[in-house]
Design a binder for this molecule. Structure first.
Ligand SMILES: C[S@@+](CC[C@H](N)C(=O)[O-])C[C@H]1O[C@@H](n2cnc3c(N)ncnc32)[C@H](O)[C@@H]1O
Length: 201
């Protein structure tokens, strides 16, 4: 980890129209239950997806930002790279628009792997990037050992294939990849960036 500043990313819009929030929450409720960790839960009293995920999913959130208002769910001030929980504690771990804000996504996912119970699932809700000029320059700088933030608001960027790859490298296998874009029927016609909910074990 070279750069340890924590950006105030709460102003960046999460991939969250009401429709996609409800869809993501419904998918979580259909595919999981029990104790869930929200990595980078934000500073709202209760993110929409928590309320919409039903009573079988119980949330604990972590975020480096304390925020100004009390949260309506159990909260610990922490970062994903150093999760303050025992191994095999959670039935599910969610990154909702937070994977690209981690200081070190690989370390964060490795920690997530450890705190998920053997039958548990990982959910990564993110905007996928495509390989374009900006992405290539950013990747080359990384490879040359001169990393920089991908954009003003995001430290990292993930294409569908680079997300899959980091998940595999940290011990996860992708089970499902659901396109959450509201207006586009499929990835090919989706405007960039496309929003996905990836479910992995
Ligand atoms: C775009 S917000 C998403 C908030 C919430 N998940 C939502 O969808 O409404 C990104 C959040 O990631 C948090 N964050 C930044 N770096 C983090 C890290 N290393 N570990 C965990 N969370 C982090 C930020 O503080 C911010 O609250």
């Amino acid at each position: 980890m070279r750069d340890c500043r924590i950006a105030d990313t709460t102003k960046r819009t999460a991939p969250t129209t009401t429709v996609s929030v409800n869809t993501a929450a419904r998918i979580i409720a259909q595919t999981g239950r029990g104790l869930f960790l929200d990595v980078g839960c934000g500073t709202l009293p209760s993110p929409g997806y928590m309320a919409a995920s039903g009573s079988d999913v119980n949330w604990i959130g972590i975020d480096p930002l304390l925020g100004d208002v009390a949260r309506r769910f159990p909260f610990v001030q922490a970062v994903g790279e150093y999760l303050p929980f025992r191994d095999q504690t959670f039935d599910g771990v969610l990154y909702a628009s937070t994977i690209y804000h981690q200081m070190d996504p690989r370390q964060s996912l490795e920690r997530a792997r450890r705190v998920i119970r053997p039958h548990g699932k990982l959910y990564v809700w993110y905007d996928s990037d495509r390989i374009n000029g900006r992405y290539i320059v950013w990747r080359i700088r990384q490879m040359l050992g001169r990393p920089c933030h991908y954009s003003k608001t995001a430290r990292w960027a993930f294409t569908r294939s680079s997300l899959r790859s980091i998940l595999n490298q940290t011990g996860f296998a992708v089970e499902e990849e659901v396109l959450l874009c509201v207006r586009c029927p499929d990835y090919a016609t989706c405007r960039r960036p496309a929003t996905f909910l990836v479910i992995a074990r």
